[in-house]
Design a protein around this ligand. Structure first.
Ligand code: SF4
Length: 569
């Protein structure tokens, strides 16, 4: 480090003439009277500006081709309050120290990363939650006076470098440090850990897996009362193959597939009787029952496709009112697990669709499309939200023929996957003369998972019901047994097969899972089967729908069961 004691010494130095102040200590100087223009083209790196009160504009410094560098500098006791978010766009402040620096917090929105940055007392108690995923544990420890929610603390733990060359002792130190901070803030993380770890023994490796991966595997819990933890918090953890005798969940969407229950029904599902499943009302939408609440939104009913199994034409006409859809979705979205935007074909209303996908609801949104939008449009959508793409055949022409529209080709599907955007689920309806045999279905899964690298599939049997007949009534569903054969074959190939998950949409889902691949088999059930099985299902789906006028229904057919949204609060 080169130290300058006088201004004369500094202005006559090589460092000044070469405009490179890397590793210079300027803390003895008063630079407050020099205009920002004199620093044009300079390099600031590991430079100590403590007490100098320097004034400069980062975008006038030397550009390194990727960002403007203010890394590892010390601005303690400087006044940088004149810098706006725009001045800090594409600026990296990693490792810099802003103790007692007058630095507008909103300016952080546009800086490159916040790793190793020190914020001083000026930030005491500030909620920096929205920056948590741009900080690491070291930054957290450097700034014990900042405040973070328990879920942000978890985020920091999970994005921290815990690769194999980091010692387990260091990871445990990080975990304990985070628990201390959470406890000081009276957060939920340490309470949750206390509860879990006093109910069951965790090895060191399991502790790491709990905090850094969110997984609670193969544990025996006798009584586990999670009612004080909210939905958003618990959503960060997954119970896998655990055994519960009595468990109380505050809300749904904890992955409890493959877990085992014994005598737990009364404790878990206190308000529901088997015969009341079709009377969904305010109480149930907001109840403490483990439902997976799924909303299907018909953005519009028009479609450019002509699928012979389409039921849209049988739904009663209603006016299209996007503003009401948007407003009503906002009211109910905190209570939902999943929002599928479909139609008709939702991409025909692309501006409205984008508005939804850009909104704060987008973490729950999936778009269901026939993939007839042009490739660039689909790629932009997939950058924002997961897509469910209708794909009824492996052959492009055959698929187009079934859909009645020109859809994304296999080649473009491959490009889309190679862009590594949000997940894509391929959805196929299986009917006679389409995907109608065990071998055809297995070939479909093999081709798309191995060649196109798609991991998620939803296969459903063609369904005929009295409310909404098919447009071509000569189409025949496949025998349900074909799915049983496929599932059996997958089980033999090492897939884990879930317990059936029953839905108020009159279907059951069986999920086959191996590594990253998830294949959901959706089979329609009779009302009688649903009534007797739904209650015993460990995880149950509650299917709501919204029509193009923004009306909410407690079912999919919408002939009954309208929910009065304004009365929900
Ligand atoms: S793509 Fe969907 S909405 Fe369009 S015709 Fe086919 S089934 Fe109906």
């Amino acid at each position: 480090m080169v130290t300058f004691h006088t201004l004369e010494e500094f202005f006559n130095s090589d460092e000044f003439s070469k405009k490179d102040l890397s590793n210079c200590d300027l803390s003895d100087l008063d630079l407050s009277s020099f205009p920002p223009s004199i620093w044009e083209g300079f390099i600031f790196y590991k430079t100590n500006f403590t007490d100098t009160n320097i004034k400069f504009y980062p975008h006038k410094l030397k550009y390194n081709g990727l960002w403007w560098n203010l890394e590892c500098c010390n601005f303690t006791n400087c006044d940088l309050s004149y810098l706006t978010a725009k001045d800090l766009e594409k600026v990296s402040i990693q490792g810099s120290n802003f103790t007692n620096t007058n630095f507008h917090i909103n300016s952080l929105d546009s800086v490159n990363g916040l790793y190793g940055v020190t914020f001083g007392d000026a930030y005491y108690g500030r909620e920096l939650d929205k920056y948590a995923n741009r900080m690491d544990i070291e930054t957290l420890f450097l700034n014990p006076n900042l405040s973070f929610s328990s879920t942000s603390l978890l985020t920091m733990l999970r994005i921290s470098d815990h690769s194999t060359d980091v010692s387990i002792a260091k990871i445990l130190d990080d975990i304990d440090g985070v628990l201390d901070i959470d406890k000081r803030q009276d957060g939920k993380l340490w309470k949750f850990w206390n509860l879990i770890s006093t109910n069951a023994k965790f090895s060191i490796e399991e502790k790491v897996s709990f905090f850094c991966g969110g997984q609670i595997q193969s544990k025996n819990f006798i009584t586990l009362d999670l009612s004080e933890f909210d939905y958003d918090f618990l959503n960060h953890f997954v119970f896998v193959q655990c055994r519960f005798q009595k468990i109380i969940f505050p809300n749904s969407k904890i992955d409890i597939i493959n877990s085992i229950y014994s005598k737990a029904e009364e404790a878990i599902f206190p308000n529901i009787t088997p015969s009341s499943w079709n009377k969904i009302n305010k109480k149930r939408l907001f109840s403490n029952v483990t439902f997976y609440k799924n909303l299907y939104v018909e953005l519009g009913r028009f479609c450019n496709g002509k699928c012979q199994f389409c039921r849209n034409q049988y739904l009663k006409l209603c006016e299209y009112d996007f503003e009401t859809i948007f407003e009503n979705l906002h009211k109910i979205y905190p209570y939902l697990d999943n929002i599928v935007i479909g139609g008709g074909e939702p991409t025909l209303l692309i501006e409205e669709l984008k508005k939804l996908c850009h909104s704060d609801m987008n973490d729950k949104i999936t778009v269901f499309t026939n993939a007839s939008l042009h490739y660039d449009g689909l790629r932009d959508l997939n950058a924002m939200v997961p897509l469910n793409i209708s794909r009824h055949s492996m052959d492009d022409d055959e698929n187009n023929k079934i859909l009645g529209v020109e859809a994304l080709t296999n080649l473009n599907l491959r490009f889309l996957r190679a862009s590594h955007l949000k997940p894509i689920t391929l959805c196929a309806t299986c009917f006679e003369s389409g995907l109608d045999s065990k071998d055809k279905i297995l070939d479909y899964i093999k081709y798309y998972s191995e060649e196109i690298k798609i991991n998620d599939f939803l296969l459903q049997t063609l369904h005929k019901d009295l409310n909404t007949p098919l447009s071509n009534d000569t189409m025949l569903p496949i025998n349900n047994q074909i799915f049983d054969f496929v599932i059996d074959k997958l089980r033999k190939k090492g897939y884990e097969i879930s317990i059936p998950i029953y839905s108020t949409g009159n279907y059951k889902l069986i999920i086959a899972k191996k590594g990253d691949i998830h294949i959901s088999f959706k089979q329609y059930t009779t009302k009688e089967e649903l009534e007797s099985k739904w209650y015993q299902s460990p995880k149950r789906t509650f299917d709501l729908s919204m029509d193009p006028s923004g009306n909410l229904y407690e079912n999919w057919h919408q002939s009954t069961g309208k929910v009065l949204i304004n009365k929900l609060h």
